[in-house]
Design a protein around this ligand. Structure first.
Ligand SMILES: Cc1cc2nc3c(=O)[nH]c(=O)nc-3n(C[C@H](O)[C@H](O)[C@H](O)COP(=O)(O)OP(=O)(O)OC[C@H]3O[C@@H](n4cnc5c(N)ncnc54)[C@H](O)[C@@H]3O)c2cc1C
Length: 387
């Protein structure tokens, strides 16, 4: 019988969701990424998991537009725009679906700050989905829940990375008129275990539980993001992304899931009806747009996506842009490269306390400045002794 993919597995959990016997459980591998583990005692070898795996056989959804239209956009409500990572376009689509009595699925922090997909049925709940969590999200039962809602005749908006949307489409195996999907331009997803180790280290440092996290706060401005962690004792850690070892590992591509280095969904159109990202370099093409509060880059990939986009025209500022220009967006069509030393990195992760590990392997801006100062001092000493 054909096997589920190994290195190429994206962790979308379609196989676990579709297994009629419940024989597949996602479990963390040695790098902390969830992978399907089959209980051979329960498995009947029906082959459905392999048949529905989106990596082995990609089932396209309703994305039928070869050259998607692209827009710069932001939510007209400054509070929503401010609380979102880019321009808050996601919230416009989500609020439209909630307004129709529908439900929205997306990634949220749970009470332990693990990232998990969840269903949201009202505006208050939507706040938990807002903002990028740069950690791979656990899909859990949400594909099954979404199917149940569709069968109840509800409108459903499912958001996630492109591999998760392809996983949902493969799991469903059929098109639903009331299903709307949103995916993201994605640099890749870091290991949930690394995230836990990082938070544990921060809790040790501040001697207090983490009670709030924003991985990209706009308190300075969108172009100069800040990471913010709040603690139960009232302390707050807020710093540029380059000061967090977790962010350093993410942005230099060291901590991503192996499948992210050859992401098969990085081609146009993306699998979802709507694709969202940050409109970096927007000033080169639309110099008059106000950037500091954040600008979303929106791709409309299907007829269904077009109708949803038109439906939110009252709440979203939009300006049509140029597909050829945005094709240069660094993570749109190209995967991150595997940085040298990635394998050693994960092999060494549990060999020492995280604080020590981060000092050696995830050099923050502060650490690099200290290193540069040390090298300068040594050079000056050498020059003096040569005189
Ligand atoms: C792991 C990751 C990598 C990204 N890399 C890039 C990039 O390289 N370039 C770029 O332009 N944009 C990237 N983005 C997208 C960008 O950060 C914004 O999420 C996107 O522009 C939407 O912003 P918004 O303001 O419209 O809404 P927001 O409210 O900020 O976005 C919330 C949306 O993001 C989803 N989401 C949040 N975290 C996760 C997660 N861990 N897994 C799945 N879905 C999640 C929510 O379900 C919701 O749909 C990335 C996002 C993630 C999660």
């Amino acid at each position: 019988m054909a096997k589920l993919p190994d290195k190429d597995c994206t962790g979308c959990e379609a196989c676990a969701s579709v297994c009629p016997e419940g024989a597949i459980t996602p479990r963390p591998d040695h790098e902390g990424f969830l992978r399907p583990v089959i209980d051979e005692g329960i498995c009947t070898e029906c082959g459905l998991c392999v048949e529905r795996c989106p990596v082995l056989d990609e089932k396209r959804g309703s994305t039928d537009v070869e050259n998607p239209k692209v827009y710069a956009a932001w939510h007209n409500d400054p509070k929503i725009r401010g609380a979102s990572t880019s321009g808050g376009a996601f919230s416009a689509f989500a609020l439209e679906i909630l307004g129709r009595g529908g439900v929205v699925f997306g990634a949220a922090f749970d009470e332990e700050f693990r990232v998990c997909h969840r269903e949201v049925t009202d505006e208050d709940g939507l706040a938990s989905l807002r903002g990028s969590k740069y950690i791979q999200s656990h899909v859990g039962n949400t594909f099954k829940q979404a199917k149940h809602r569709l069968e109840q005749g509800k409108d459903v908006l499912f958001s996630g990375t492109s591999c998760q949307i392809a996983g949902l489409q493969a799991y469903l195996g059929t098109q639903y008129e009331r299903l709307f999907t949103v995916d993201l331009i994605c640099h890749g997803t870091p290991s949930p275990e690394l995230w836990r180790l990082y938070l544990d280290a921060m809790e040790r440092k501040y001697r207090s539980k983490v009670v709030g996290v924003s991985l990209r706060d706009k308190r300075i401005r969108w172009q100069t993001p800040t990471m913010v962690i709040s603690f139960a004792n009232g302390s707050e850690w807020a710093a540029p992304l380059t000061d967090s070892p977790f962010q350093v590992g993410f942005w230099n591509g060291l901590t991503l899931r192996p499948s992210c280095y050859a992401c098969r969904f990085k081609r146009l159109p993306y699998p979802a009806d709507i694709t969202l990202g940050d409109f970096w370099a927007v000033e080169l093409i639309h110099p008059k747009l106000e950037r500091d509060a954040g600008i979303s880059l929106v791709f409309v990939n299907s007829e269904k996506g077009k109708k949803l986009f038109e439906a939110v025209s009252g709440s979203l500022f939009t300006k049509e842009s140029d597909l050829e220009f945005v094709k240069d967006h660094s993570h749109l069509l190209h995967s991150a490269s595997v940085p040298p030393g990635r394998e050693d990195f994960f092999a060494g992760l549990r060999e020492m306390p995280f604080e020590e590990f981060a000092r050696r392997k995830l050099k923050t801006r502060g650490a690099l400045l200290r290193l540069a100062a040390k090298v300068r001092r040594s050079l000056l000493c050498c020059m003096k002794s040569l005189r």
